[in-house]
Structure formats: structure tokens, C-alpha cells
Ligand binder design. Structure first.
Ligand SMILES: Nc1ncnc2c1ncn2[C@@H]1O[C@H](COP(=O)(O)OP(=O)(O)O)[C@@H](O)[C@H]1O
Ligand SMILES: [Mg+2]
Length: 283
């Protein structure tokens, strides 16, 4: 419970401080937590709408980091800022820093292409290209200049295996991806993201258009993928965040109320608003 005095003094981002404190404490467990993304007082406006306010977050390597919060609180805007996709909206203005592996993503030294090669994205609605399954997955590598069939074959197979869909599609790689079920299409999109060998995979409500069985498959997949990648996933499904993630950030009206280990956010949050949200009192 948070009393009124405490509530008044709550900073907008207490959870981040907790993670930093623990990291600095240098225990065995936290010493291994290597950040892939850090944001320092990141702000974003759509015209006059201050959609993201002083975001200070840190996401670690080989973890699933969940972002939760009510509709319109800035979750999609935030993940699209991480790979600079949000800048496609002309009225967007940003302030503050986003560091990817300690490099400022807005610095001229890092090109958008470089960033998006390292930071892949999977969207809410499966969006395969109207091409064959093979060509969907080979798309990124081809853009990067890979032409040899043998190399492409290997990349396609590995990506489809890693996306846990190889067995379902290996005999029909030349069929159009549109012929697959929604759940299969989403795993094709994950394979397509994996084919360029990203470091971080952003997922914006990747299962919200899927049936429960496909959802379970994608959740299991996230668990597998974090061994080799880092995943930042937006979800409006609280059970999903609790099941799949290592840390959870609770966004509310454009700022971060609390960010901490998922078991703390769901078991013992510091902020009354987090508790109300995760217990379903508002949504
Ligand atoms: N392309 C856009 N142009 C203008 N405003 C936008 C755009 N996308 C989102 N917004 C605004 O930014 C805020 C956050 O939206 P969004 O990031 O989509 O939230 P969430 O993903 O949490 O539902 C909302 O006020 C929304 O209206
Ligand atoms: Mg959204």
C-alpha cells in the first residue's frame, strides 16, 4: 500500500532506480545483466501531444522485457522510437537519449539501416509480404546482398527452425505466405526478422490477433529466443507479461510509473497505480 505522503513524493520512474541500484550492488545475478537499450530522459511529441515523458529505462541482454499499460499510454510509440520507425511520422519531435549498446541511436555515426538490422520488429497484425514463404524469409538477406542460393537456403531453414515453424512449412516453401493461418504467418514474420541476424527483437502485441494455441506457441518461442536474442515485447495481456517476461515496465499516460523484475511488478509493486492496473482495476 502507498500512503498519500509517499504517493506525493513518488518519482515518475522509481523502478529504474531499483534496477540500477541492484546492478551497482554487483551481485552474481545482476552482474550478468548487460544492458542492450538505455533511455535517458527521453521525450517525444506528436505536434503538441507530449506522448512520452522523461522515459528512463534499461533493457537487458538475453531477457524478455515486457511493456504494459492502458491503451494510448505510449507503448507502441516507445518501441517504434527504439528503432527510429516513429520518425516516419512527420510531426514527431524527440528530446533526450536512446542508447543501443551504449551508442546514441540519434548520433550520425549510426545509420538507421544499421540500427534496424540490429533491432528487428514484429507487429501486432501478421504482415507477411504477398510472396512465397521462402521469399519472405530470404527478403532481408537479399537486401543485404546475399545472392548465393546455398547460403540463402541455409539462412531460410535456420530462421524458420528458430521461429519454430520449419516442420510445418518445409514442404511448401514456394507457396504464398498468405495461405498460412494467422499464427503461422506471425511465426513467418518472426523468421523474417531473425533472418537478418538481429540482436534485439521488438514485438508490439505480437499475439493479440492470434488464437490461444498460436499464442502459446509464440510465448514458448519468446522463451527460447531469449537464449540468443533480447526481446522487448508490448502486451496488453497481463498473464502473458507475467508468464514470459523477466522485467516489466508499466506505462501510464506517457510516462513510466514503475519498472522492475516481473515478479515484483505482479507480486509486490511499489506504486498503487501499478497494483490497480495489474489486478485489473482499470484497463
Ligand atoms: N501517428 C500518430 N500521429 C499522431 N499521434 C499519434 C500517432 N500515433 C500515436 N499517437 C498518439 O500518441 C499517444 C500514444 O499512442 P500509442 O503509442 O499508440 O499508445 P499505445 O500503443 O500504448 O496504445 C496517443 O495519444 C496517440 O493518439
Ligand atoms: Mg499500441
Amino acid at each position: 500500500m502507498v500512503n498519500i505522503m509517499e504517493a506525493n513524493t513518488i518519482t515518475k520512474n522509481p523502478g529504474t532506480a531499483v534496477l540500477e541500484d541492484r546492478a551497482q550492488a554487483g551481485t552474481q545475478e545482476t552482474a550478468e545483466r548487460i544492458p542492450v537499450f538505455k533511455t535517458n530522459n527521453f521525450n517525444l511529441w506528436y505536434g503538441d501531444n507530449h506522448a512520452l515523458q522523461d522515459i528512463n529505462l534499461r533493457f537487458n541482454q538475453n531477457e524478455v522485457s515486457a511493456i504494459i499499460g492502458p491503451s494510448g499510454c505510449g507503448k507502441s510509440t516507445f518501441v517504434k522510437a527504439l528503432n527510429r520507425m516513429v520518425e516516419l511520422v512527420p510531426i514527431v519531435r524527440t528530446e533526450g537519449e536512446i542508447l543501443y549498446r551504449d551508442q546514441d541511436i540519434f548520433n550520425r555515426k549510426m545509420t538507421v539501416e544499421e540500427l534496424r538490422t540490429k533491432v528487428g520488429m514484429v507487429f501486432q497484425k501478421p504482415n507477411p509480404f504477398p510472396k512465397s514463404i521462402y521469399d519472405n524469409v530470404a527478403y532481408g538477406p537479399r537486401v543485404h546482398g546475399i545472392r548465393k542460393k546455398k547460403v540463402l537456403d541455409e539462412v531460410v531453414e535456420k530462421s524458420l527452425r528458430d521461429a519454430a515453424i520449419w516442420d510445418e512449412v518445409k514442404d511448401r516453401l514456394n507457396e504464398n505466405a498468405y495461405g498460412l493461418s494467422g499464427g503461422q504467418q506471425q511465426r513467418i514474420c518472426i523468421a523474417r526478422a531473425l533472418a537478418t541476424e538481429p540482436d534485439v527483437i521488438l514485438m508490439d502485441e505480437p499475439t493479440s490477433a492470434l488464437d490461444p494455441i498460436s499464442t502459446t506457441k509464440v510465448e514458448d518461442l519468446m522463451h527460447e529466443l531469449k537464449k540468443n536474442y533480447s526481446i522487448i515485447v508490448v502486451t496488453h495481456n497481463m498473464q502473458q507479461a507475467a508468464r514470459v517476461s523477466d522485467t516489466t515496465a508499466f506505462f501510464y499516460q506517457g510516462y513510466v510509473v514503475e519498472h522492475d523484475d516481473t515478479k515484483v511488478i505482479f507480486g509486490n509493486p511499489r506504486d498503487q497505480r501499478t497494483e490497480d492496473y495489474v489486478s485489473g482495476r482499470f484497463g
